[in-house]
Design a protein around this ligand. Structure first.
Ligand code: A3P
Length: 322
């Protein structure tokens, strides 16, 4: 039973403590909720979102497993939708995660409902919540969803690096070997990773007009073509005049990792995972190498083989190639 209030409150903690748990990577525990593993921070956010978030049919939700390139996707989608005034774009002074808020972290805002209602229309939002656990109104509203995924090996390596930069009270992050074992067994933030990805992949196959599914590697190889596809999906296609004037190229340059990394806000800023949550990360942590295949520099051959095998076994039956 939950209190009907915007505050995640103690009632959630009672519910959370009764869930199956496993060793967390950074926090003490991951809790299993609706088939996926969450730390307490995300779980309280997801429970809040399920109870309180009201999607609108015009919303656009960027939904991903962590470390798949969401920061880049946020920048590209935001810049595309606000391209009329790129020279004054809020991305110049705000981190992409402050331009495109997470639904679940609204649980930690003072007045989340008003904050969400005051966002410019159409609202551009994001989430790490798995497809089957999305707030009911997201599916009922028929709003658009964009998902990006990435080679699971690169996600794992990117995640470990990111965790070492999050401040949750001076706790030492887990060792690579221990995290690897848990990860392969499906225990990671909103893992199993493979089930998370498949939820959105299957939805995109069933309803391609509602769910766009992108791959980080494709975006790296053909950024322009994918930005064009993204704009069409978002309902704001580039006109022939914009194409001739190089607007797409400008957006791609503007959102490149090198450009974003150089901005003061992304060099020295902090991102709060909910203003009242006390969980913060240096904005620079969102921009590391941004390369395809960096995992080969960090994982043994045996580790590579093991993740590749799981990926093949899980994805192939659904026609998802990696
Ligand atoms: P690496 O750690 O492999 O460098 P997310 O945004 O989902 O947290 O994913 C983070 C990954 O995306 C990191 O990968 C990061 O460097 C990369 N990234 C961030 N901004 C990017 C950009 N503009 N272009 C390409 N990759 C980017």
């Amino acid at each position: 039973h939950r209190k009907e209030s915007d505050d995640p409150g103690n009632d959630d903690l009672v519910t959370i403590s009764s869930l199956p748990k496993e060793r967390g990577y950074l926090t003490d525990y991951f809790y299993q909720f609706q088939g996926f593993w969450y730390d307490q921070h995300f779980l309280r956010g997801a429970i809040w979102a399920q109870a309180h978030f009201k999607a609108q049919p015009t919303d656009i939700v960027l939904a991903t497993y962590p470390k798949t390139g969401l920061t880049w996707l946020k920048a590209l989608a935001f810049a595309t939708m606000n391209r009329a005034r790129l020279e004054n774009c809020p991305l110049l002074t705000k981190n992409p995660h402050d331009c495109v808020p997470y639904i679940e972290f609204q649980a930690y805002e003072k007045d989340p409902i008003s904050a969400l209602e005051s966002l410019p229309q159409p609202r551009l939002l994001s989430t790490h919540i798995p497809y089957n656990s999305l707030p009911g109104s997201v599916l009922a509203s028929n709003c658009k969803i964009v998902c990006i995924t990435r080679d699971p090996k690169d996600m794992f390596v990117s995640m470990l690096s990111f965790l070492s930069k999050i401040n949750v009270g001076n706790k030492e992050p887990i060792s690579k070997d221990e995290a690897f074992g848990l990860f392969c067994n499906g225990v990671s933030l909103v893992g199993p990773l493979w089930d998370h990805v498949l939820g959105y992949w299957r939805a995109s196959k069933e309803s391609p007009e509602r769910v766009l599914f992108l791959k980080y590697e494709d975006l790296k190889k053909g950024t322009l073509g994918n930005v064009e596809k993204l704009a069409e999906f978002l309902g704001c296609p580039f006109s022939s005049r914009e194409k001739e004037n190089g607007v797409m190229e400008e957006i791609v340059r503007f959102c490149s990792i090198d450009s974003l990394k150089k901005l003061e806000v992304n060099k020295r800023g902090f991102y709060h995972m909910g203003q009242e949550s006390g969980v913060t990360v240096e904005t620079g942590a969102f921009f590391r190498k941004g390369e395809v295949g960096d995992s080969k520099n960090h994982l043994s051959e045996e580790m590579v083989r093991r993740i590749d095998q799981i990926t093949k076994d899980k994805f192939e039956p659904y026609g998802l190639k990696y």
